[in-house]
Write a protein that binds this ligand. Structure first.
Ligand code: URP
Ligand code: ZN
Ligand code: ZN
Length: 463
């Protein structure tokens, strides 16, 4: 199939220009001021629109078994919603049970991802340490094309790993040319604070936030940065939610350390007042880790995106239904942790970032696509509109408006934490490797179309 996208403004992270763009098969084959339509080509009028690289969400949990539930969106539902919102690739976390073989967990995730409608990659989680883990990490990098390993510093008694395990694993990552990722919260302190709150009779969702103050995240971020530095590994801090963690990352970068930070669209827009809502369901639907913060932290996160000390906006998409959240009706520790955002990340960030003047459209492309493509070592195949790149393309209409609602979203959960928010700026068309997958609000792709995108081991890049 040949497609000519005509009369738009092509936006990359480093440059924009008025140009036509020609796709042949799965690849971009020409970009120029005026391109004649080849015989038989489909011509897309992008007048008044921006033509941008498809979004990459590097933090999703699709069909994840977690805290006694399974997250509501599987690879089919999650990726259909992603594509409709302009995200053409997701990176999901393959999480072995502690002691389980990484190779077995990988086979589980391969099976789950067979129905993906969009392209996808994997991060592998290190949930325990042994000779077997040491050996399997090499297979994961060299055979499975996964160059990122996630470590949970929280969820004590479940997924949490201790400092000795972090050190061993980070050192192994450094040797393999892989990147360690951390969920940076001090799980030991959280467990003590949870106990203390329950003893005082605090059982509701607000207890979740009280037991995880910014200090537990700031401490863990600093600790992970220092341990990574001792092993010579770079570090990527997922869901950076607060000033304390951002400052640790910015300080490390100023000292020449290769450390990256990933705020979520949730933390940029929603705050801790949500947990004080008297409606239990409302508050519980917003329980995630780290929790939403006092509004003052948002300025720090936006400043990080503007100045480049934070590089990527993700979602940590891990949606649960209200019924699933009610597992924690009498004890906040049992509310499944996680929220959704995969479909809404791009329009929300455009609305709150570009329309307000906080981000340029080029910075928008950087933090939604190009930066993570470079960090994952899949750039410029992904994350750039250039000759030879995959034709993952969003034709973005900056005037299109919509009000977000669970009644109309493409995700499975019965709730949307952004319910009622209005966005201005949305995809008019989305293409995934040259195939039209969204036409306005309608998904026109197919489950099973997605391909696993492998990453090679890398030399760290400085963004
Ligand atoms: O609350 C969250 N973030 N749930 C998903 C698992 C994780 O910690 O990333
Ligand atoms: Zn996490
Ligand atoms: Zn996560």
């Amino acid at each position: 199939m040949t497609i000519l996208i005509r009369s738009g403004t092509v936006v990359n992270h480093d440059h924009s220009s008025r140009a036509d763009l020609l796709v042949d098969g799965e690849t971009i084959v020409a970009i120029g001021a005026t391109i004649d339509a080849p015989a038989g080509a489909e011509v897309i009028d992008a007048g008044g629109c921006y033509v941008m690289p498809g979004g990459i969400d590097p933090h999703t949990h699709l069909e994840l078994g977690f805290m006694g539930s399974v997250s509501a969106d599987d690879f089919e539902w999650g990726t259909k919603a992603a594509l409709t919102g302009g995200t053409t690739m997701v990176v999901d976390f393959c999480i072995p049970d502690p002691g389980q073989s990484m190779l077995a967990a990988y086979q589980d995730w391969r099976r789950k991802s067979e129905k993906a409608a969009s392209d996808y990659g994997f991060h592998m989680a290190v949930t325990s340490w042994s000779k077997q883990v040491f050996d399997e990490m090499e297979i994961v990098v060299k055979t499975y094309g996964i160059n990122t390993f996630k470590h949970f510093m929280a969820y004590k008694g479940a997924l949490m790993v201790n400092d000795d395990e972090l050190y061993n694993s980070f050192a192994r990552c450094a040797h393999l040319g892989a990147m360690p990722l951390v969920h940076a919260e001090n799980g030991d302190v959280i467990a003590l604070m949870q106990e203390a709150l329950l003893e005082r009779g605090v059982t509701g969702p607000e207890g979740h936030a009280y037991s995880r103050p910014p200090e537990v995240e700031g401490e863990a971020t600093n600790r992970a940065i220092m341990i990574a530095d001792m092993t010579g590994a770079p570090l990527y801090v997922v869901h950076t939610s607060c000033r304390e963690s951002h400052e640790a990352i910015a300080r490390a970068r100023a000292n020449g350390k290769r450390v990256y930070g990933e705020p979520l669209i949730q933390h940029l827009l929603l705050d801790a007042a949500e947990y004080e809502n008297r409606n239990w369901d409302h508050a519980a639907r917003r329980v995630m880790s780290p929790p939403f913060r006092d509004k003052s932290h948002q300025d720090s996160l936006w400043a990080g995106l503007q100045s480049g000390s934070l590089q990527v906006v993700a979602t940590d998409h891990c949606a649960f239904t209200t019924e699933q959240k009610r597992l924690g009706a009498s004890d906040f520790r049992k509310i499944p942790n996680g929220t959704g955002g995969l479909e809404d990340r791009m329009p929300l960030l455009w609305t709150a970032g570009v329309n307000t003047g906080r981000l340029t459209k080029e910075e928008f492309v950087a933090v939604t696509s190009s930066n993570i493509a470079r960090i994952l070592n899949i750039y410029p195949r992904k994350g750039r509109l250039a000759i030879g790149s995959d034709a993952d393309i969003v034709v973005w209409d900056p005037t299109a408006e919509r009000t977000i609602s669970a009644k109309t979203h493409h995700m499975r959960a019965d709730n949307n934490i952004f319910e009622g928010m209005s966005v201005r700026g949305r995809p008019r068309y989305v293409f995934s490797r040259g195939r039209k997958v969204a036409d306005g609000d309608t998904f026109v792709g197919a489950p099973g179309m997605g391909i696993h995108q492998k990453s090679s081991p890398f030399r760290p890049v400085q963004l």
